[in-house]
Design a protein around this ligand. Sequence first.
Ligand code: 26Q
Length: 846
Amino acid sequence: MNSTNRSTAAELPGTAQAMVTVDDIWTDDRIALENDKDALRQSVIDHFGRTLGRDIDHAAAHFLYKAVALSVRDRMMERWLATRQAVESGVQRHTCYLSMEYLMGRALRNAVHNLDLQDELGKALEELGLTLEQTEQLEADAGLGNGGLGRLAACFLDSCASLALPVTGYGLRYRYGMFRQSIDKGFQIERPDSWLSEGHVWELERPELSCRVRFGGRVDLITELNGNIIHRWVDTDDVRAVPFDVPVPGHDNGIVNTLRLWNSSATDEFNLHEFNAGGYTEAVAAKNAAENITMVLYPNDASENGKVLRLRQQYFLVSASLQDALRIWLLHNDGFQGFADAHCFQLNDTHPSLAVAELMRLLVDDHRLSWDEAWSITTRVMAYTNHTLLPEALECWSLDMIGALLPRPTEIIQEINRRFLEEVEQAMPGQLQQHAEMSIVSFDAQPVVRMAHLAIVGSFSINGVAALHSKLLKEGLFANFNRLWPTRFNNKTNGVTQRRWLAYCNPGMKSLLDSTLGESWTGRMELLEQLVPLADEQALQARWREVRNRNKLALARLVAERTGIEVSADMLFDVQVKRMHEYKRQLLCTLHAVHVYLDLLDGQDHVPRLVLIAGKAAPGYYMAKSIIKLINNVASVINGDKRTTDRLKLVFLPDYNVSAMEVICPAADLSEQVSTAGKEASGTGNMKFMMNGAVTIGTLDGANVEILEAVGSENFFQFGLSVDQVDGVRQGYAPSRIIAGDARLTRIFEAFDSGLFDAGEAELVRGVIDAARSPHDAWLTVADLPDYLDSQQQVEAAWQDTAGWTRKSIMNTACSARFSTDRTMQDYNRDIWRLQPIELPDRETI
Ligand code: 26Q
């Protein structure tokens, strides 16, 4: 037995310490968990009967899924423990990724493929009268995120595990994830997503690692005997943070990293005064507030300012995660010497930026480091990723609110700010305007804490998520900071994991690529470039179209199931799926559909087209919800018209989520990425579509710029104003003149004015249309519309040349390597994290 490989000791009551190691638990002869068909079949039966206590008469489908998932989970356990031991051994540098959101989707298919179990498990299930595909559908999506930022975190975890990078995800275990969307008479209806109600087989509760998070109370100053003044945060309302670990298996490398999600629960203490005064029930009920913290994900993907529960969530995540990292460190170390060299905390937007203050508090108050020692550590471990340029999405918290909820962290923020402003004064003497602009706490009468400034001041690295976005951060939003600390700013273009987003969601394409390039492309995306010289080959093109056609049939089935609308796979599948936002301009897409419809009525032909739109609107975002209603109104006119039925369909697909995208992105021909230039930080849906062979129609925004550069202008339909032009156009912007000057636009807006699309909601629909016609329209929809319509005409011409289109499609997949999160993670690792790959002990069983 390898003694360096010992796990921590387990203490048994009344006995001397019992040493239990991984090797004791999994001796070679106990493993017996083979991965062949028969062993897998037996595992499923055992879990169904023994673990879950079911018999086949009560074979509620869900229990079959659970038995399968548990059988797969069993096969990760040893590797999971071994990975954790390697990461927590205290010698290896590692990264803690702090994020309020992880949009994981389903886990089964991903685990099965990453562990390479698909063939044997498929056969085992067949013998039990099941298919793997059916079984996978029974899993609920883990929808612990809103959109791009949350899904990015999930893709990062997958790539880190697959690259053997020691990265632990820290997040919250929301009881209710992203709401479920349905459509009633064209309106969005939200329903709670109780994804845990049937149990969650992937998580492992770890109450032994719980910690305490404090809220409220006050700060007492205490002078110690030696004259030191210390701050004691007292009379707090405490909440218990209980971790639930979710395994993150790497692809075919034996690594299983961890996503640690915190659940809030009450501490065991009661308000004794109330308790003893006979208020037993009240004292117990008061504990509810604690449980509420992780009850629900905020369904906004732009900040919802000022909600105290959101602030509690953020601090809860940050405090529990940092305490956990310090606890693990102190298992193997006496003090904090070396801590900074061994850690990086990557902040996913400003949502966890209280980490800067909280790490200072833990080091200074709890571990008695000096301010300077603590600050030196903090500013060597924190790194901040920005995901937005929209001013309204920048988080600010009122100083009063944060001071009442978190009195001690607030004092620390103010001290950080005092010292920071001294530094600004040194570097930019007398520039009071700069001080006011850069200050963490604003100089207003009602001061607010600017979370981005806190993150910037406390971090050694600040990155944007696409080249254009990072440039705009440096030149615009954070220009002052860039002047002060130019070396801190850098770019890390987003990516997506090709495992979930190509290999597993598009099995037809995977086998085509496997047979053309060999199987190793999954881990080496640059091999896709070998498709470039083959892009015109007839045999490849034919197989390519065949695969895509099957994918389109699958999407057509999903559309029919959810909406009752029948669409033909021969149509051009023109797709825009993403959160509903004015800046993303789902309206452009819809206005184009109206244009095609009116042309068809006028006797002008178009290629058959399905325009598919899907996405959720934040429940309080009136305009975004109105746009959904408008789309549905237009859709019912178009889809109800027999004259155009084989030429045009407009579909709003309800309840867009990760699993829906796994069906949508392999089937799209045209990917709509049409945001107002300068507004979309990166986009990641654009990358999923490209990888699967869709051609983009897009503006020069976010990562579209890099997609265009990678694939070449002949394989991308570019239109619209550039960032540099946008501000110019805003001056004296007169949409009505543009409409009057273009017959196509005139006709579109007249159709709306005629009431054709009102469906009894004239006020609402006209509200959207009038906003687009207003000189104050910040999104410049009308300004970009003529160019967009032209560009769509080029799309149609290109579509009619089947071989030419197939070539474009192949070229998009071929050039997509750089949009893999494997590349993104290597960039983070090279410039920010500097981690060594995990080395597992060389054991046969791992
Ligand atoms: C903040 C405070 C209170 C409540 C909610 C929020 C909140 C929650 C989520 C604010 C923003 C978000 C999510 C933002 C997001 O998804 N941004 C997207 O991030 C992607 C990954 O980098 C980019 O590709 C997209 O361009 C960007 O819009």
